[in-house]
Write a protein that binds this ligand. Structure first.
Ligand SMILES: [Zn+2]
Length: 235
């Protein structure tokens, strides 16, 4: 996909998002809503709701148990249903971006926007990043801003005057209004980033993955194989 954009002389922006502890922070009510939206109703929904509600945790050190604490957030860790509930919930993120392509593997998420005009690509990515951040805020998932990175992939022949700048807006900016003068931090722009074990770098001259010497199509096929094996291992 990136190659096709580069052949059309487009700037490609990849925004690698890092959201922490997503499994732990989802509100139970949000999980139940997402199950309902996915078509799960009646007794099954009631059963799942009860499965999530009234869960309590304690810590045991030697023979001493500490006070039970009620768990209001998160899917039950170590359970079979936990990852499934998370996937059903997080699946709704794919309807959030309007301009960008969104790719996700577990919690590794990347937004990709491409356009011939750098400023337009920047604007569209900013809009979708705002939407994604809002979605995560509303889901009580916290963003690790220091680990969110922007990669600007382009042909070496493509000229541009200013480096792109994508802002990571605050909760107030996103939920009240974004002022022109807000002081939110810009996402760090990097020259390369490791995504699912493959190094993606900025300038595409040879269309060759720098790690394994594979073409990008071969790297994609390799990646699909890794995903399939990981999925098989989990079963
Ligand atoms: Zn802001």
């Amino acid at each position: 996909m990136v190659n096709a954009h580069l052949n059309e002389r487009r700037h490609v922006f990849c925004l690698f998002l890092d959201f922490s502890k997503a499994f732990d922070t989802l509100k139970h009510s949000e999980i139940v809503d997402s199950l309902q939206r996915s078509g799960i109703r009646g007794k099954t929904l009631n059963w799942l709701e009860k499965y999530l509600s009234d869960r309590k945790l304690t810590v045991k050190i030697k023979d001493t148990f500490y006070d039970l604490k009620k768990v209001e957030n998160g899917v039950p860790q170590g359970s079979i249903l936990g990852p499934l509930l998370y996937i059903i919930y997080i699946n709704s993120i794919f309807s959030v971006p309007k301009y960008a392509d969104l790719f996700m593997y577990a919690d590794d998420t990347v937004l990709v926007v491409a356009h011939e005009d750098l400023q337009i690509a920047e604007r569209l990515l900013q809009k979708d990043y705002n939407r994604i951040q809002k979605f995560y805020h509303d889901s009580s998932i916290s963003e690790n801003q220091a680990k969110t990175k922007l990669l600007h992939i382009r042909s070496p022949h493509l000229q541009f005057l200013t480096e792109p700048k994508i802002l990571s807006h605050s909760f107030d900016c996103l939920h009240v209004s974004i002022a022109d003068t807000c002081h939110c931090k810009a996402v760090e722009t990097v020259d390369e980033h490791v995504y699912l074990g493959i190094v993606v770098d900025v300038v595409s001259e040879t269309n060759v993955c720098p790690v394994a010497g594979l073409t990008l199509d071969e790297a994609a096929a390799f990646l699909a194989g890794v995903r399939a094996r990981r999925a098989a291992d989990r079963r």
